[in-house]
Every structure is written in structure tokens, then in C-alpha cells.
Ligand binder design. Structure first.
Ligand SMILES: C[S@@+](CC[C@H](N)C(=O)[O-])C[C@H]1O[C@@H](n2cnc3c(N)ncnc32)[C@H](O)[C@@H]1O
Length: 271
């Protein structure tokens, strides 16, 4: 598939009503809730963090968590309409002294001007980034963070055998899944891998999603290989020290091995 044909235009997507209804459309989603709870738990130990860059800050979905911290926050986003939403939330929560908002493409972020941070937080960005730009994104994030990165990703395609076996084992060990559901999970997972491998040779076994479907945006976003993401971070002196996956019962009942949300914690090991 031609990369140009499938890139969602970020400059025209997160505008107007999409920005206004972005959060209300998602607050009840289980991925959204789990991401919030998981970040909140991770940051409970974050008292020593003095500075955070959150990019993309979007509508400021984590501002209520940041309010409980002493850290100064820099929220960066490429969309002025999403920044309008985060500005409203910042004022509503009374944290305007704690948070600075910046309109910028992450790749253009100038750390000399805007500053570095102890912690870089990035949620729901990588699936919007084309494969050719992922390494540059990782390099930029690593250059801005002095110590830690918390990175959320969707659908990281890591089909290495140990990863595949591990995920299947967690599904098969679930007590609340009956045999048929376990079998379906194995089937869906194997099908995903075949479909992925076939796609790489130019053959598609999925029907694809019509442009007017509400799933279209989901269908044209990108999935990146976790091993590769980790390698790019390692090249910048960052090691993955923890990883959280939303592998709940719902996942095993309805999704496949590559369809879930994950949160990675990376730490700078070489200064
Ligand atoms: C799916 S939203 C995620 C927002 C927020 N992190 C969240 O989890 O809700 C994606 C956001 O990324 C922003 N974005 C996309 N590409 C970007 C880039 N290159 N630099 C900065 N922001 C970008 C969009 O404007 C949008 O606000």
C-alpha cells in the first residue's frame, strides 16, 4: 500500500467538533479508563519528578492526575483546536500556574527553547506516525527526556515466538473463558499473524474499511513493531524497565493477540 494514501491528515483531523467531542466520546471506553488508572498508579511514586513534557497533550486528559503532583508540566500538541480544549480544562482545574501549553509538531520541539523534562509522557501518538518517522520521533522524545519516558502504544506487532506463546498462554490460562472462547482467541490470533505476513507481501485477506465508515480512521492508522521501538530507544540510551498490557477478559473474548493498548516505561541508563 502506498504510504501517502493511508496517512490521516493530522492537521485537518483533530479540529472543530472532533476536538470538542474527543474526550466525551472516549471517557467510557475501557482502553481509556485503563490508561488513566495505570498512569495514575505509575505516577503515585512520581513525587521526585519536577518536570514533565506531555506530547501530544490533546485535551489535557491527564490534567487531573498532574494536579496531584508537584511537577511543572509542558503540554505540546500540533492541533490548535485540541490545545483550546486543554486550555479550558487547565483553567477549569485551576492549574494555569503549573501547566504551559505549546503549539508544535513534536519533531520541531526545541529543547533549548522549551526545555527538557525528567519525564516524557506520550499517549496515543505512535499509531498516527508513519513507519518512516518512528525512529525520528523516538530520537526526539529521548533527546527531551532526562530520565524517564512513559509511552502508550496500540497494536504493537511483536510476533516473535516467545511473545506469541506468552500471550496465548495468558489467554489459555484465563479461568473465566470457556474452551470455545479460548479456541476462538487462538484462531483470531493466528489469523492476525497470517494476515500481517500476507500484507507484507502485498496480499490482503481483510476486506478493508470503506472511507465513509466510522472505523476508517482506525483502519488507516499504523502499528509498529515493539522490538523495533525498544531498539530505537536503546540506541538513545533508554531501556524498557516495565510494560503494562490491557489483557482483560474482554480482550480475550473479542480481540486478537495484536489488538490491545500497552504502556511502556523506559529509563535512561546512559547519561
Ligand atoms: C489521539 S490524540 C491523543 C491525545 C492525548 N495524548 C490522549 O491520549 O488523549 C492524538 C493527538 O496527537 C496530536 N499530534 C499528532 N501528530 C503530532 C505531532 N507530530 N506532534 C504533536 N502532536 C501531534 C494530534 O493533534 C492529537 O491531539
Amino acid at each position: 500500500m502506498n504510504e501517502k494514501q493511508v496517512i490521516p491528515d493530522i492537521n485537518t483531523f483533530y479540529v472543530d467538533d472532533v476536538a470538542k467531542s474527543y474526550e466525551s466520546n472516549r471517557v467510557n471506553d475501557r482502553f481509556w479508563k485503563w490508561e488513566h488508572e495505570t498512569l495514575s498508579k505509575i505516577l503515585q511514586d512520581g513525587k521526585k519528578i519536577n518536570t514533565i513534557v506531555d506530547c501530544p497533550v490533546g485535551t489535557g486528559r491527564f490534567f487531573s492526575i498532574y494536579k496531584t503532583l508537584n511537577a511543572k508540566i509542558t503540554g505540546v500538541d500540533i492541533s490548535p483546536d485540541m490545545l483550546k480544549e486543554s486550555k479550558n480544562k487547565m483553567e477549569l482545574l485551576g492549574i494555569s500556574d503549573q501547566v504551559k501549553l505549546l503549539s508544535s509538531d513534536l519533531l520541531d520541539y526545541k529543547k533549548e527553547e522549551y526545555g527538557e523534562a525528567d519525564l516524557f509522557i506520550s499517549f496515543r501518538l505512535f499509531h498516527l506516525i508513519t513507519p518512516t518517522k518512528i525512529e525520528a520521533m523516538v530520537n526526539k522524545i529521548a533527546s527531551v527526556s532526562k530520565d524517564f519516558v512513559i509511552l502508550q502504544i496500540f497494536n504493537a506487532k511483536d510476533f516473535s515466538i516467545p511473545n506469541f506463546v506468552d500471550k496465548l498462554k495468558s489467554g489459555l490460562n484465563k479461568d473465566d473463558l470457556d474452551f470455545l472462547l479460548k479456541l476462538k482467541y487462538v484462531y483470531r490470533s493466528i489469523r492476525t499473524i497470517f494476515s500481517f505476513l500476507l500484507k507484507r507481501t502485498g496480499i490482503s485477506i481483510s476486506k478493508g474499511t470503506p472511507k465513509n465508515s466510522s472505523n476508517y480512521f482506525f483502519d488507516i492508522t499504523f502499528s509498529h513493531n515493539l522490538t523495533e521501538i525498544k531498539k530505537f530507544f536503546l540506541n538513545n540510551g533508554f531501556e524498557m524497565i516495565d510494560k503494562f498490557d490491557l489483557l482483560d477478559s474482554e480482550h480475550f473474548k473479542t480481540e486478537a493477540i495484536s489488538t490491545y493498548t500497552s504502556i511502556l516505561i523506559l529509563k535512561k541508563i546512559k547519561k
